[in-house]
Ligand binder design. Structure first.
Ligand code: URA
Length: 465
């Protein structure tokens, strides 16, 4: 028996080095005892490194390393052995990673999936409480992850709360950020973290404001926000009351005309919290290779909303919608049509920049239905918060996001469409379409048509009041 001793329960590099050596030496999975820093050592295993080292390499697909990096964070004590078994299995049966029916692949994928879910839960459910010390405000949160995800998630919290001083305490370890450096400390107890402060009121207001009784599905809510997290969430205290009142609120919402149906609470605070939350969005994989989420912007009571497709290269860097070349065309057209952009809410159907890298360039890629659907959650929140009287979808992706189905712009453009809740929808071309027309005369013609539509929208807006 050989012993592989790792530096901790999430020591992926240690596992990879040891696994490579064992695999090169031809050691079978059942001849290795894997121990992470926290396990008691196996008395019968030997620390002697494998003797029969075979020189050479065997290729390991990148997809395996990505999968292993996630799965290793699972709390299952068997994970190191399972991953090593999969590694040797892949060597004996190249291509087995693509075989979705392979029991070993399925088992490891299930581990990785549970870890991803836990990472997402931590990002969504960590709630900071404010403390004051001599250096100013400091924020402390308590969280109980199911798996060993805290180190992996630290980067997310550093980026998201870069200018705050914060600590996240968990039973396994604590992490601390002072605005410049991340440090680690030992695990903590729930009592070590404060439980009440004014930040909670903001969360409660936010949650009450975005809670839509017409959408109440208790099963789905429990699966998204499992009960075990409730006790750390200030807003969870509101759930029983909100659920109990849901039927009455739904009836009241139906009976109230939309113009008066604006929800309680400070809409700007709610928008701010929503935007903050969207900064950590991992609802689809697009977040992985972008600079940031580009959330919508504009007055939260704007009567007019424009929906674009997705941020482009410049929007991704600036963190604001329509500031690049398409934004310039858009701004000029709005000005010619007499629409003040600062009085409109401008957003996108998809809030991360989908692209492919070619050398140093990032080339735009059209988002696909799953990405549009995943991001529709945010668009719905924006629509429900702003409640614009007129919503303009710029291009086919925005049209799909607004109407929930594929649209043919040439058939729908030029006339208003009645939407749920008495809002009026318009579908027109995307400004970047105008950018791409090579023929100058046609370009001018199409631009004039776009401006004409914007003028019609401005007129409707005036009529609606
Ligand atoms: N194109 C869009 O659809 N949105 C932007 O924000 C920029 C370009």
């Amino acid at each position: 028996m050989y012993r592989a001793r790792l530096n901790g329960p999430d020591d992926f590099d240690g596992w990879r080095d040891a696994a490579r050596n064992f695999a090169m030496a031809g050691i079978p999975p059942d001849a290795i005892v894997w121990e992470s820093g926290t396990d008691a050592p196996d008395l019968f295993a030997s620390d002697t490194p494998p003797a029969a080292v075979v020189h050479g390499t065997f290729p390991v697909p990148r997809a395996f390393l990505d999968l292993a990096e996630m799965a290793i964070l699972h709390s299952d004590p068997e994970r190191f052995a399972l991953l090593y078994a999969l590694l040797t299995h892949m060597r004996d049966r190249p291509g087995s990673l693509e075989d979705r029916a392979d029991p070993l692949v399925r088992r490891v994928e299930a581990l990785a999936k549970a870890v991803r879910r836990d990472i997402h839960k931590m990002r969504a459910f960590v709630r900071f409480r404010e403390l004051a010390d001599t250096d100013g405000p400091r924020f402390v949160a308590w969280f109980e992850p199911e798996h060993h995800i805290v180190r992996t998630n630290a980067g997310f919290f550093m980026r998201r709360f870069a200018s705050m001083r914060w600590s996240i305490l968990t039973p396994e370890l604590s992490i601390h950020w002072d605005g410049e450096t991340l440090t680690e400390g030992p695990g903590a107890k729930r009592e070590d973290a404060p439980m009440d402060d004014p930040v909670e009121e903001i969360w409660k207001g936010y949650y009450a404001a975005i809670f839509n009784p017409a959408r109440l599905k208790v099963g789905a809510m429990l699966s998204e926000m499992p009960r075990k997290y409730w006790r750390n969430l200030p807003e969870a205290a509101l759930i029983p009351e909100l659920v109990a009142g849901a039927q009455a609120r739904e009836a009241a919402m139906i009976a109230t005309p939309p113009k008066n149906a604006r929800r309680p609470g400070n809409a700007a605070t709610v928008w701010q919290a929503l935007r903050e939350e969207a900064m950590g969005c991992t609802r689809c994989p697009l977040y992985k290779d972008t600079t940031q989420t580009v959330f919508g912007e504009g007055p939260v009571d704007a009567p007019l909303m424009f929906i674009g497709e997705q941020p482009g290269d410049q929007e991704d860097l600036a963190g604001r919608p329509f500031v690049g070349p398409a934004g310039q065309i858009f701004d000029e057209a709005l000005e010619t049509a007499g629409i003040d952009r600062t009085r409109a809410y401008v957003t996108n159907a998809v809030k991360h920049f989908k692209h492919e890298r070619r050398g140093k360039r990032r080339i735009h890629q059209t988002p696909e239905t799953p990405e549009i659907q995943a991001c529709r959650w945010w668009l719905t929140q924006e629509l429900e918060l702003v409640r614009p009287r007129i919503i303009v979808a710029l291009g086919a992706t925005a049209g799909r996001a607004l109407l929930g189905k594929a649209v043919t712009i040439s058939r729908l453009r030029g006339a208003p469409i009645a939407l749920e809740g008495a809002a009026q929808g318009w579908i027109t071309v995307h400004p970047s379409y105008l950018l791409r027309i090579p023929d100058a005369a046609r370009k001018a013609q199409e631009r004039a048509r776009f401006i004409q539509e914007l003028r019609a929208i401005a007129k409707q807006l005036e009529a609606i009041g």
